[in-house]
Design a protein around this ligand. Structure first.
Ligand SMILES: [Zn+2]
Ligand SMILES: [Zn+2]
Length: 98
């Protein structure tokens, strides 16, 4: 029966908290935050972030462009900081400037 006590030692609060946070992050509440975060246009001239639906910059009149979320070449989801697609090598900087 001594092994019972030993087993309890492994159930430390840290591992329980870690498991709990994983459950929480996978919940619908967390997903709703992502869903709400739609890509907002950015001014191609002054790079000022605009609001959804804006076509021209309210500050400088520059054209508002939507940030790329997928590679135009292979449709792989890309990060805003990436200059080239890691999948097909598409020039993402040039695609953003369009
Ligand atoms: Zn602007
Ligand atoms: Zn690509």
């Amino acid at each position: 029966m001594g092994s019972n006590i030993d087993l309890r030692k492994y159930e430390n609060p840290d591992s329980i908290q870690d498991a709990f946070s994983r459950i929480v992050s996978g919940k619908s509440g967390y997903k709703a935050v992502i869903d709400r975060k739609k890509p907002t246009p950015k001014c191609s001239k002054c790079t000022r972030g605009g609001d959804e639906g804006q076509k021209f910059c309210p500050q400088c009149g520059g054209k508002m462009v939507l940030p790329l979320t997928n590679c135009p070449g292979c449709k792989k989801s890309i990060d805003d900081s990436e200059k080239f697609c890691t999948e097909c090598g598409h020039d993402l900087e040039a695609a953003r400037a369009k």
